[in-house]
Design a protein around this ligand. Structure first.
Ligand code: GLY
Length: 320
C-alpha cells in the first residue's frame, strides 16, 4: 500500500478524519473528493459553533460563512466569502475551483452561482447559535468583554495513495465580526495552500494576523526547500510571531496543520490546540498541542479530555 494521510484542525474533525482514513486506506477515491466530503460533514453538524450550520452569527445576527478548496495536482482553487444560507459553502468553493475565471465569489454573487448550480440552501442560524449571540451581546454591554473570541476554523489536508493532495477550509470566522468581514481562511496562501509536489498547510486562528504572513504558503515554501512539516511549521510561525511582536507588539492565536507528500505531518501553534491525524501508520487520533519555549509539544488527547470536550460541545448552550 502506498502512503496516505489526513490531517485537520480541531477535535471536531475526528469523525470526518475517521471516515476519510477508511476511504484513503481503500484507495479508490481521490484526495479532492475525500477532503470535500470531510469538510461537508463538519459543516452539516449543528453543534459546532464555528463552521457551517450552527456557526455563530456576525454583529447583525447573520451567519456569514467563508470556505476554500485547493487541488494540489491542478491548482484548481475556489473560494467563497460572506455567503448566507448555502448549506455547504465548501461544495460551492469546489464547484467554482475548476473555472478559469470567477473562482472566488462573495455574498450575493455566490448565492446566485449556488442557485445556478442547484446547490442546497438552508437556514444556517440555529436556535442555539442565536441564544449564544444574544448572551454575548449582553456580556459585551454589561461586562465590557471583548467581542472577538472564538474562531475555530476547520481545515484539512489530504494525501491519497496515488500521490494527489488536496486541502479545504470552512469557517463562520470571528464571532461578532462586522458584516462583510473576511479572515484568512478562503485566501490562497493565507488560510490554505497545497502543492502535490511538496505538501499542504491550513491555518486556524486570528485571520487578521494570519493573512499578514501568508503562513500556509510560507510553510509549503519551506517544505519545498527541504524542511520537514514540523520544522517548516515551527520556523514559519516563530519567525512570523517575532516580526509581529516587533512591528505591532502583539500576535493573535495561530495554529497550523501540515502534511507533506510523503504522508509526514506536522503542526505549529502559539496556543493550546487540538487536531486530528490519520496516516497509514496512525489510526484516526486526536492530539493536543501547545508551545513551550518556542517548541511545540504534542500529546495524545486523554479520555478525560475527550469526554470534557464532548460534554462542552454537545450541551444546549454554547460557552464562548
Ligand atoms: N481564521 C478564521 C478567521 O479569522 O476568520
Amino acid at each position: 500500500m502506498k502512503q496516505w494521510g489526513f490531517i485537520a484542525t480541531w477535535c471536531m474533525a475526528f469523525d470526518a478524519c475517521f471516515e476519510a482514513s477508511k476511504e484513503l486506506a481503500i484507495g479508490t477515491k481521490k484526495a479532492s473528493d475525500i477532503v470535500e466530503h470531510a469538510i461537508k460533514k463538519i459543516e452539516d453538524y449543528p453543534f459546532y459553533k464555528s463552521v457551517g450550520c450552527g456557526g455563530l452569527p456576525n454583529t447583525d445576527g447573520v451567519v456569514e460563512l467563508d470556505a476554500a478548496f485547493f487541488d494540489g495536482d491542478t491548482w484548481d482553487f475556489g473560494g467563497v466569502a460572506g455567503v448566507k444560507n448555502i448549506a455547504n459553502p465548501i461544495g460551492l468553493a469546489k464547484k467554482i475551483s475548476t473555472d478559469r475565471f470567477n473562482c472566488f465569489l462573495v455574498g450575493e454573487g455566490a448565492t446566485i452561482e449556488a442557485q445556478k448550480q442547484h446547490l442546497p440552501f438552508k437556514n444556517m442560524l440555529t436556535e442555539r447559535a442565536q441564544k449564544a449571540w444574544e448572551q454575548k451581546k449582553q456580556d459585551i454591554l454589561l461586562k465590557n468583554l471583548s467581542p472577538y473570541d472564538g474562531h475555530d476554523t476547520v481545515g484539512a489536508v489530504t494525501l491519497d495513495q496515488k500521490g494527489s493532495m488536496a486541502a479545504a477550509v470552512s469557517t463562520s470566522g470571528l464571532f461578532m465580526k462586522k458584516s462583510g468581514r473576511v479572515g484568512d481562511s478562503p485566501f490562497s496562501g493565507s488560510g490554505i495552500y497545497v502543492d502535490s509536489e511538496v505538501g499542504g498547510c491550513v491555518a486556524t486562528g486570528l485571520g487578521e494576523d494570519i493573512m499578514k504572513g501568508c503562513l500556509s504558503y510560507e510553510v509549503v515554501r519551506l517544505m519545498e526547500e527541504g524542511l520537514s512539516p514540523m520544522e517548516a511549521g515551527e520556523k514559519a510561525l516563530n519567525r512570523f510571531e517575532q516580526k509581529m511582536l516587533k512591528k505591532r507588539n502583539h500576535c493573535g492565536a495561530i495554529s497550523l496543520a501540515i502534511l507533506n507528500n510523503k504522508g509526514e505531518w506536522g503542526i505549529a501553534t502559539n496556543v493550546e490546540y487540538s487536531f486530528v491525524v490519520s496516516t497509514q501508520d496512525i489510526p484516526a487520533t486526536v492530539f493536543i498541542a501547545h508551545r513551550k519555549e518556542q517548541k511545540t509539544i504534542i500529546e495524545k488527547a486523554s479520555e478525560e479530555w475527550l469526554q470534557a470536550w464532548y460534554k462542552k460541545t454537545h450541551r444546549d448552550t454554547i460557552t464562548i
